[in-house]
Structure formats: structure tokens, C-alpha cells
Design a protein around this ligand. Sequence first.
Ligand code: GTP
Length: 307
Amino acid sequence: MKQVEIIVLSGFLGAGKTTLLQRLLEHEKEQGRKIGVVMNEMGNVSIDSDAVPNDTPLQELLNGCVCCTLSDKLEIKLAGLVQDHDLDAIYIETTGIAHPVDVLHASLSPMLANRLNIKSVITLLDSVTWQKRDTLNVQMRQLISEQVKHADLVLLNKIDSVSADDKQAIEAEIRALNPDGNIVPTTFARVDPTELTAARKKVTRDHIKLHAADQLHIKTFVYTFSKPIDEEQFESFLRDMPDSIYRIKGYLRFQEGKTLLFQYSYGMPVYQPADLKYTNTLVFIGDQLDHDALHHAMRELEQQKQA
Ligand SMILES: Nc1nc2c(ncn2[C@@H]2O[C@H](COP(=O)(O)OP(=O)(O)OP(=O)(O)O)[C@@H](O)[C@H]2O)c(=O)[nH]1
């Protein structure tokens, strides 16, 4: 089944996300690729939607952030785009306050997980905001650092507004936060799109070869159980799993019990009764996920004798 690429455009308020999106959409059109866009804005009026050409399927999420209040709506918008259009990729332009891991968590519906291919997280960093980050409150400072840390590609934007020495210093700071990501200094997000595509292709190739091992920062892993599992053994897996697993969500069934919606975030597992008997698929999101180890752990859960 054809998979649709997901590219997340992250970055603080005014960093240049829409400017980049416009460039990327032009390039994708030249390449003959069919693209959908999800735009999320905190306000109740869409300001940036004019940036998206009329022939590009667009879904807007207004009045909240997909990382929190609108998280369940993102899945629905993505499902609509995937089902109604034969797309090659979907760009998600997040609000400035979104954490990339939360956005991926909200994107990955267990039912859509096999149709979506998380391609990359691109973070736009406003060089001036970065320089003045000490004037922001602690949470915002931390958020900008997290947006940088989890990016596959950081566009160090607005370098026209800083000196050459400052640019070098900022690059070194970014590199320290994100040693494996690509860092590209830009003005008006002017990046050679083929460079982005080339970077993405490299990611894809290694992604396959290494079983998604070391290229993409935030990785996902999807597993579908063929039968119910044991609750205690699952809880024991959760207790022992590595900290690099940030989020899990999906559907589960314990022994002969009913199907449950399971969500794990910030170290907290939450189970809720599911309204339907969904396929028991779990989606994991984390850094440097070891696919083989996870696959093995899930197989063990499936094969263990039920109490
Ligand atoms: N000087 C300068 N201005 C820039 C650059 N890139 C973007 N801008 C301007 O910065 C402003 C914000 O750019 P956007 O692309 O709308 O940023 P955004 O991240 O989408 O903004 P929000 O959606 O409000 O979070 C616009 O006025 C851009 O023209 C740059 O490299 N240098």
C-alpha cells in the first residue's frame, strides 16, 4: 500500500515556517508530486492559508495547538487528506508553541500508522530569537531548545539579521544541542530544495537499510498483535522500557477483556475502553528506537502464556 510522507515544519513564532512552506510547495509542484497541507494556528482566524495554492488540499486547525487541545483533531484531518486525495506527502505547519514529539504523537493514529511515513522534522530557528532567548520565560526557552534538539534539519533562518561571528556562535550552540541533525543557515528560508530532497533521500535509504536505526531523530515503530496479551507482562514491559520511548498509543486487548485505547506519555500509562473492536496496533515514538529489540519484546508479549 502506498505510504504518504509526513514532514513536520516546526519552529517558534515568526521563525519562517510559512516562508519555507511556500518554497517547498513550489518545488514539489515542479517535481510533479501531489502534496497536502495541514496548517495549525493558535488564533481563530487563518492568517497563513493564503500561502497555500488553491489546487493544494489544505486542512486547517484553528484555535488551539495540535500538541495539546487539538491533538485528536489532527488524526481526523490527516485521515481525510489520505482518504480523499492520492497524495505523495503531507506538510504539517505547526504553531510556534508545538513540541515536535507531541505533533508526531497526535499524527500517528494506530489505524493510519501503516499509511504514513514520518519523513522528517524540519525546525526553523530565528537567529535573533535564539540570541535573545534569555528574555523568554523558562518554558519557551526550553521549547525552542526541544524544537532544535528533535529536528532532522535545522534551518538557521534570518541570518541576514546577525553578524558573521554571531552566526558561527549560534551554529556551534545548535550543533551542541543536536549533534546529528543537519544545520543549514538561511535568509528567508532560501534553501536549495534539492538539498532538502537529497537529505530526505539519504534518510530514506539508511532508514530502510538500518531498520530506521540512526538517521531520523524521532522514530516510530508500529506493531500489530494477533491476539490478546497479558496485562501484568505488559505493565512489566512498560516499567523496564528505555527512557528513549517518549510516547505510545494504540489499541490493546488483555486476555478476554474488551479492546482498550492505550496512551502513554510523560511516563503515564492511560487505558480507556474503546468504542469498537479495533485492530490491536501500537505505535511507539522515541529517539534512537531499537526496532529489533522492540519487535522482540512485542513478540514475547504475544507468545507468553496468559495467566
Ligand atoms: N529579515 C528576515 N525576515 C524574514 C526571514 N524569513 C522570514 N522573514 C519574515 O519573518 C516574518 C515571519 O515569517 P513566517 O514565514 O510567517 O514565519 P512563521 O514561522 O510561519 O510565523 P508564525 O506562523 O506566525 O509562527 C515574515 O514577515 C517574513 O517575511 C529572514 O530570513 N530574514
